[in-house]
Design a protein around this ligand. Structure first.
Ligand SMILES: [Zn+2]
Length: 330
């Protein structure tokens, strides 16, 4: 009797599993899993007016999210990309959002009577609203902040720094290192590089004690002469260590399961209506879907096509189950 119930349970589970797969894989426009495809890491700077090389209007930022939503993309945290545990539903293409320089337009509070409201026209405001309207699209981002002095110091409103950093840390956003004062790290000595990076972490931890700053975006996209110092270093006994280093441009990154994936050399897609912007990449992937990472829906399973399997990095099988599919990826 017990065996019978157990078997029934297994059969039912299997059936449910298959049914879900069929429904989702059968959706018009969904693609077969291709987990060795490319992934976009979007890069924003100012959110405000007018639209320009380093500025995206809130309306256009929202349009970017709509474009991605409507074309089967799915926002994931940078740290999930790095760990390879990608929690995108089957058939979706994960992407990552990043912001550099912590200007006020990225995250602004407005005072309404005696309470604070996130400005709906700021980057965080746009994302929070979009998330509310699209519960199946968990928008999140990594903010590479500048804690040094100046008008971009931690989103520009001195009186609300604590609230903002609390909000980010408590609502699934990530706070990353962009150096203390946006120094060109290629032009200074090793001590100055380590000082810039260590002071930034210390300043963030002053507001968020114990917060682990794990990712670093190179100011101006320039490496320090000693590249190892972008990953880890020490200043006056204070140690920092990053698990990823972001460049400024200018293309998608390989799959985290690919032997070509280098977390210390991650290219990004600068947002804007340019030939290298997200819209152009979405269009390129529409014409050539085999370029694009498509999730199998299981964070611990890696589904790859036979023809690409040689690109897999080694040692994946310790953590993941690798499945080679006969699907042509387009
Ligand atoms: Zn910058």
């Amino acid at each position: 009797m017990k065996v019978f119930i157990l078997l029934t349970a297994i059969v039912v589970t299997l059936n449910l599993g298959l049914a879900t797969w069929d429904i989702q894989a059968g959706d018009p426009g969904t693609l077969p899993p291709n987990e060795l495809g490319q992934i976009m890491i979007l890069e924003y700077h100012l959110i405000g007016y007018p639209e320009g090389r380093w500025c995206r209007t809130p309306e256009n930022f929202r349009k970017d999210l709509e474009l991605l939503y409507e074309n089967g993309y799915y926002p994931i945290p940078l740290q999930d990309l790095l760990s390879g545990e990608i929690k995108a539903p089957v058939g979706k293409t994960p992407f990552v959002i990043t912001f550099d320089d912590s200007s006020a337009g990225q995250f602004r509070y407005l005072k309404k009577g005696d309470r604070l409201e996130i400005d709906p026209q700021s980057g965080v405001g746009v994302m929070e609203q979009f998330k509310k309207e699209h519960p199946d699209f968990p928008v999140t981002a990594t903010f590479y902040v500048l804690p040094g002095t100046g008008k971009s110091r931690l989103f520009g409103q001195e009186e609300y720094i604590q609230e903002k950093l609390n909000f980010l840390a408590q609502n699934g956003y990530e706070i990353g290192n962009h150096s203390y004062g946006h120094e060109n790290l290629g032009k200074v000595d090793d001590t100055a590089v380590q000082k810039q990076l260590a002071l930034a972490v210390q300043a963030i931890q002053k507001y968020l004690p114990g917060y682990q700053v794990r990712s670093f975006a190179l100011p101006f996209g320039v490496h320090p002469k000693n590249r190892m110092l972008a990953r880890e270093g020490e200043y006056q006994g204070f140690k920092y260590r990053h698990n990823s280093v972001m460049l400024v441009g200018s293309g998608p990154v390989p799959s985290p399961y690919s032997a070509e994936f280098n977390p210390y050399q991650l290219e990004r897609i600068q947002a804007g209506d340019t030939p290298w912007g997200p819209k152009s990449v979405v269009e390129r992937y529409r014409k050539n879907p085999s370029l694009r990472f498509v999730s199998d829906g299981d964070p611990l399973k890696i589904t790859v096509s036979q023809e690409l399997q040689g690109k897999l990095s080694r040692n994946l099988s310790r953590k993941f189950q690798v499945v080679v599919s006969n699907n042509k990826s387009n």
